[in-house]
Every structure is written in structure tokens, then in C-alpha cells.
Unconditional design. Sequence first.
Length: 298
Amino acid sequence: MPECCTPGHAHLSVTTLAPPRPPARPSRVARQLLPLPGGRFLMGADDPEGFPADAEGPVREEAVKPFRIAATTVTNAQFATFVKATGHVTDAERFGFSFTFGAFLGEEVAALSPPVPGVPWWRTVEGASWRRPEGPGSHVTDRQNHPVVHVSWHDAQAYCAWSGTRLPTEAEWEYAARGGLEQRRYPWGDELTSDGRPLCNIWRGEFPELPAAGVHAGTAPAKSFRPNGFGLYNTVGNVWEWCADPFTPGEETARAMRGGSYLCHDSYCNRYRVAARSSNTPDSSTGNIGFRVAADPE
């Protein structure tokens, strides 16, 4: 995996419960998805800022069938509804810890949370989970409309089964993220900012120093910034999004993630381009990984 982006649980194992059965009739989640016509598009990039080892290229023509996809990533409020209905316990809660950006931690929690080897800005935080993103003492009460984080690929699959949806394939995700534009670097074009204004939630300032007051230093609400041409919000930046596919065809040890996150910076992890890819093990969770759901046509 591109270790600079997200640490993972590669050395651990967990017994994953069977996901809840899908509802007998379309759920509210499924009914709110945006219908997309599908078709052929140019997938991938040969961008000089890209990462060949991530298999971003070569540029190739791909075809996707009509499908539906959520305008936003799943929020804390939506995930809470799922947990209340099913009693689901996330992988992070089973493990007893998850990975959080160290600068966000209070002094007491930080003192008890060892840095991750090779990426010391990440900390292993006991008690961190979707309910407590920065560990004990934190909460999501004032982040109900923010993307849920600290969710593994397994957790995303369980939510999909309950809501009558599924994770998008990488091809579907990139087709939707491009918003109808062809071979542009971002969902809105090729320039990262407009008149100096940010167009997505990525790291501002010198990484890993906390940015100035008034700048997002974590997740932003799921409907922040302007949507792309298909009506999707934050397909780059904010949180990484799990996809259905293995990162490498035929290998189940790592699952693909798309979109980059609020921790991406051109000096650290320039993966907030629509063609960029990353991965993590399916049981892994961090403070910058979430997901968006999709479904077949009605």
C-alpha cells in the first residue's frame, strides 16, 4: 500500500461477522442515489505528478453500465442510524484502537498513543473509533453531517448490505468523480484553486504543522464545496473512499481507495487527483477513510 497515505492493520486479523441482510424493499439510502447513464470514458492518467507504482496509468478506455451513486460520502448521522438498527460493531471497536493524525490529539491521549513507524504523524490510539475519532474524550456530536471515518472496508460492506446498496467499482467511482469532464486532473478542471480559493478539502500550510485558524484541519461537512457536473460532492479531498475492487486484480489482501483526504498535500501525498489510487487492508481504519455507496439501476 502507499504507506504515506494511511497506516493499516496488515499485521492483525479479526473475525468479521456476516453483514446484515439487505432490506426487503429499497431503503431510504438507496432511493436518494443519483442515476448516472454510464458509457465509455478515458480512465487513468499519465500525469507527471502521478505515481506509476500505484498503477494510475496507462490511460485506457473503459465502459460502465448505468448505475446510481450517492451525492456524498456516508455521514456520521447515517452510520449511527445503521448501527442503531443492526448493533454493528466496527473493526476498530473490535481491535480496540485505530489510527489518528497525532496533531489532533489532546495531550493526555497523545502521551499514551505511540507513533506509527515510518509515518510518525500517525498515532495508534486506543479507543479511537467512528464514535470517538480522536480517542477518549472526543465525539461526533457536532459532526453529524461530516463523513464517518474509522470505518474499514468490512464495515462499509456491512452498511451496504443493510441499506440495499454496494460499494462502487473503481471504474464507476472515477467515471462519477470526473463529473462528465474528460481527462481533467480534478472534478472541476486542471487548476487546484480558483482566484486563490480552495475547491476541495486538502491540507493547507506546511505539512504536518496544523494550518491557521479558520482552515479545515480535519473533515469538512459532506456537502462542502461545489458539486461536480454529476452532482457529487467532495470526490477529491476530505476522506478516502473505499471501492469494491482489490487494489491489484486477483489479490484480496488490499482494497482500493480513491479521492485522497484532508491530509493530502503536494509535499506528502499528492493523491487528490481523480485518477489517483491508494489502498489498505480490508480490516484497516483511520481518521481519514470513509466511503460512498452505489447501486444498480432501479
